[in-house]
Design a protein around this ligand. Structure first.
Ligand code: ADP
Ligand code: ZN
Length: 519
């Protein structure tokens, strides 16, 4: 059988060889087994169900949540001579009826269906009267209510197995984290499915993280030597997307905004230009990117923190699909941490979800502050072991200098404590550095023993200390006090001198600038 799979690979898709686990997946599926496929975006998931659909008698039913992508896939398959069709809300009645007739007549090899359509009694009944080759559940992480792509209808897809137990199923996702994987197995009844887990490493992406001190200027420094390259700049808010696009345009870049607040015609037009024209920078919220297949994105820059490591991985993963060198650049500071923590706290979600989001953010902060190889840290968070430091991330290329920051941490913590655990970083730094300031005098903080005890470090260094000890969980953001900082249970051991704190030096600005500009 693998001969004919190979024939199809060559004849229909024009490729000489299967890539990675594709062949094993195809064989498993053709012989009737269920699979769970975890493969990074661009890894080649589609062939894993397209070829078996052609090899097995009947129609391959593909559940996909992305209508726009469905149409692209169907068009590409038809061009290759495959009898492909889709059923979704964009079809009128006559078109749908024709697809249904073709399905019953056995004239369709691959049928793409939106989940809500699949689950209608009418369609399930239609399937009862058709011959089904297999079920493919694409973007299977949509069953997870913790992810931001949650689709309630995905929860009901277990009906497929209940109703057609003899039909093999393949669930596919590029989401790597272990809890999501477990949830897919559980929700879709795939405990007996064979799991095919590819490496999620993206060797051509260089990871780089810098401390924020005037983000727009740093972004311009990063972009200047990359003029003419296509890239994505992610920002947290719509307003910042607009501001950043304007800033870049002012500096001679072709930059377009993309966020959910733009009308759909503008979004489509901007997306089209990004895909078609050369050297366009998309400044966007995370509304942009899912299903975008542009191979030559040379960089992904984050002006704000993503919400989790998984989000960071997905977003940076849009760079360098063509395999050529690409960069993932993230610029973050204390204010981002405060803002994200507040967004979680003030959000609508229930307590359990807030805790989970908090943990995800903490894992991301741990990654940002880590002195280890970024790639090792990132892949480890997906349960993957990367044997050696990668040599292609900032920490490998320019190992950060660390120092015993216990004393600095103690000073910072005691300043937080003595000022009443309700002030923000800038104020605390002013107190530590002994600034002559009306507000400080008004609060009588110029008489505190901590006043001026931090004059040995400059403002930038203190910012680094506060950011790092917050990322370590030694300080937390107090919501009632408008983002003021307060101690945590973990701070006590440090204050008492029972636990030492290792910190990384904030890099010299000039050096950092040189490195940012280097390619
Ligand atoms: P995914 O769905 O995992 O993101 P796709 O199925 O869209 O990935 O495939 C990504 C790209 O890789 C496509 O351009 C596809 O044609 C190509 N591709 C897939 N399998 C092979 C292969 N065996 N050899 C060469 N190119 C492949
Ligand atoms: Zn590395």
């Amino acid at each position: 059988m693998s001969d004919s799979a190979h024939d199809l690979l060559k004849r229909v898709f024009g490729y000489d060889q299967f890539r990675g686990p594709q062949q094993a997946i195809v064989e498993h599926l053709v012989s009737g087994g269920d699979c769970l496929v975890l493969m990074p975006t661009g890894g080649g998931k589609s062939l894993c169900y397209q070829i078996p659909s052609l090899l097995r008698p009947g129609t391959g039913i593909v559940v996909s949540p992305l209508i726009a992508l469905m149409q692209d896939q169907v068009d590409a398959l038809r061009q290759a001579g495959v009898r492909a069709a889709c059923l979704n809300s964009t079809l009128d009645f006559a078109e749908s009826a024709q697809v249904e007739r073709d399905l019953l007549a056995g004239d369709i090899d691959l049928l793409y269906v939106a989940p809500e359509r699949l689950l209608t009694a009418r369609f399930l009944d239609l399937l009862d009267r058709s011959r089904i080759a297999l079920f493919a559940i694409d973007e299977a992480h949509c069953v997870s209510q913790w992810g931001h792509d949650f689709r309630p209808e995905y929860r009901q897809l277990d009906v497929l197995h209940a109703r057609w137990p003899q039909v093999p199923r393949i669930a596919l996702t590029a989401t790597a984290d272990a809890p999501t994987r477990r949830e897919i197995v559980e929700r879709l009844g795939l405990s007996d499915a064979r799991q095919f887990v590819s490496s999620f490493d993206r060797p051509n992406i260089r990871y780089r993280i810098v401390a924020k001190h005037g983000g727009p200027k740093q972004l311009l420094d990063f972009l200047e030597p990359r003029k003419g390259d296509a890239g994505i700049v992610y920002c947290l808010s719509r307003r910042k997307v607009e501001e950043t696009a304007a800033l870049l345009a002012e500096h001679g870049f072709t930059a377009l905004p993309y966020h959910a607040g733009l009308d759909s015609a503008t979004r489509t037009a901007n997306q089209r230009r990004f895909l078609r024209d050369e050297g366009v920078i998309m400044t966007a919220t995370i509304a942009f990117g899912m299903g975008i297949d542009k191979p030559d994105v040379r960089f992904v820059a984050h002006m704000d923190l993503p919400k989790s490591l998984e989000g960071y991985y997905q977003e940076t993963g849009r760079a360098g699909r063509d395999g050529d060198p690409a960069e993932a650049w993230l610029c973050y500071g204390m204010a981002d941490v405060v803002m994200l923590k507040q967004m979680i706290q003030n959000g609508e979600a229930g307590e359990e979800r807030k805790r989970l989001e908090g943990r995800k953010l903490d894992a991301l902060l741990g990654y940002c502050e880590s002195v280890r190889c970024r790639r090792q840290t990132l892949l480890a968070s997906f349960g993957e072991t990367y044997p050696q430091p990668c040599g292609n991330c900032d920490n490998c290329l320019d190992p950060p200098q660390t120092f015993d920051g216990t004393e600095a941490a103690q000073k910072a913590l005691s300043c937080v404590y003595r000022t009443g655990q309700r002030f923000g970083v800038m104020y605390l730094i002013d107190v530590l550095r002994g600034k002559d300031d009306a507000r400080i005098r008004q609060f009588n903080h110029h008489v505190l023993p901590t006043f001026g005890i931090g004059a040995d470090l400059d403002q930038n260094a203190w910012r680094g200390v506060f950011r790092q000890i917050t990322a370590m969980g030694l300080l937390e953001v107090d919501n009632e006090a408008y983002g003021g900082l307060r101690l945590t249970p973990a701070s006590r051991a440090v204050l008492r001198g029972e636990q030492r704190v290792q910190l990384r030096h904030e890099p010299d600005r000039k050096r950092e600038r040189e490195r940012t500009r280097a390619r």
